[in-house]
Design a protein around this ligand. Structure first.
Ligand SMILES: NC(=O)c1ccc[n+]([C@@H]2O[C@H](COP(=O)([O-])OP(=O)(O)OC[C@H]3O[C@@H](n4cnc5c(N)ncnc54)[C@H](O)[C@@H]3O)[C@@H](O)[C@H]2O)c1
Length: 291
């Protein structure tokens, strides 16, 4: 018996890459799966593969539409609840990515990135949690983030979108705890179409196939991760890592009010040594040196 036997799960952006690997793995573990993608051919092909592998036409349903469209996201969740009678898990995997120096960025690319990643995660998550709360049996949401949220060259808009997804994950984890809904996010690394476009700009190779990331999603969707919520979990090949929670430091200095001069004095004399490192490879960006 699979670890997701009897469960109903929606995977967005499941037409190819990581999403397809997650959907196939979930179906193999007994879940009935809604395969979503904005690309109809890719979604249909992934759905066909799953039906064939499971030997059952009922193993999956295909939804074609953008996660960044409120009504389409609602239809996708309703396809799961009406077709499979319930929804136990949502993997918000769909998202787009591009590389550019920030000064050359443009409105259309920024909008697509924020809409597919942030609005898509919000819209699908909100419709899914409404259905899960209505069922009264809890559920699991797995969002898709990236170490790019820490700060990385050439991916400012994408990193900002993934940072928003991290914040969403923390807040939802807090608010949904009382409903028994766990919310985590994963930072996967795999050689997919998305990564294929960027290989020449990478300082380290990525050769892991998407299937190597699927066990992390299965674990989070299943009861085996019971109690685990509000976490950003990263797999870098075989390395299992956590992405740290941003936090507010203890009070560094306190006075009734601050003038510009007093702020300057405080930073120049006392606080330079306490500035936060930034960027994914934090040691590469010493603080306080950006004149
Ligand atoms: N591949 C990696 O190493 C890596 C690293 C960190 C994060 N991620 C994240 O993992 C997720 C999957 O990435 P991938 O590498 O498989 O990418 P991919 O480009 O290979 O596949 C993404 C899929 O999402 C679909 N999609 C895009 N916008 C959509 C929308 N608005 N609505 C519905 N479907 C949409 C695409 O059609 C495509 O089939 C993304 O959120 C990505 O940011 C990937």
């Amino acid at each position: 018996m699979g670890i997701l036997e009897g469960r109903a799960v929606v995977v967005t952006g499941a037409g190819r890459g990581l999403g397809r690997a997650y959907a196939r793995a979930a179906a193999r573990e007994g879940a009935r799966v809604v395969v979503n993608d904005v690309d109809a051919d890719a979604a249909g092909e992934a759905g066909e593969q799953i039906r064939k592998a499971c030997g059952s036409a009922d193993a999956c349903a295909v939804h074609v539409g953008s996660v960044a469209d409120w009504a389409s996201a609602q239809q996708m969740i309703e396809l799961c609840t009406s077709g499979f009678g319930r929804i136990d898990g949502l993997v918000s995997n769909a998202g787009t990515h591009y590389l550019t120096e920030p000064q050359h960025d443009d409105a259309a690319q920024i909008r697509e990135t924020i809409e597919s990643n942030v609005m898509g995660t919000m819209f699908c998550g909100i419709h899914a949690m409404r259905a899960m709360i209505g069922q009264g049996q809890g559920g699991v949401i797995v969002n898709s983030t990236s170490a790019a949220l820490c700060g990385m060259s050439m991916v400012a808009s994408y990193g900002a979108a993934k940072g928003a997804i991290a914040s969403l994950t923390y807040s939802w984890a807090i608010d949904l705890m009382k409903h028994g809904i766990r919310v985590n996010a994963i930072s996967a690394t795999a050689l997919t179409r998305m990564v294929g476009h960027t290989l020449e700009h990478r300082d380290s190779p990525v050769s892991w196939p998407p299937e190597t990331m699927a066990p992390l999603v299965l674990y989070l969707l299943s009861d085996r991760s019971g109690g685990l919520t509000g976490q950003l979990i990263r797999l870098w090949g075989g390395r299992l890592q956590l992405i740290g929670h941003p936090s507010v430091s203890p009070t560094l200095a306190e006075r009734e009010s601050w003038s510009v001069e007093q702020l300057e004095r405080a930073f120049d004399h006392d606080l330079r040594g306490q500035l936060q490192p930034f960027g994914r490879d934090m040691a590469a960006y010493p603080t306080g040196d950006v004149d």
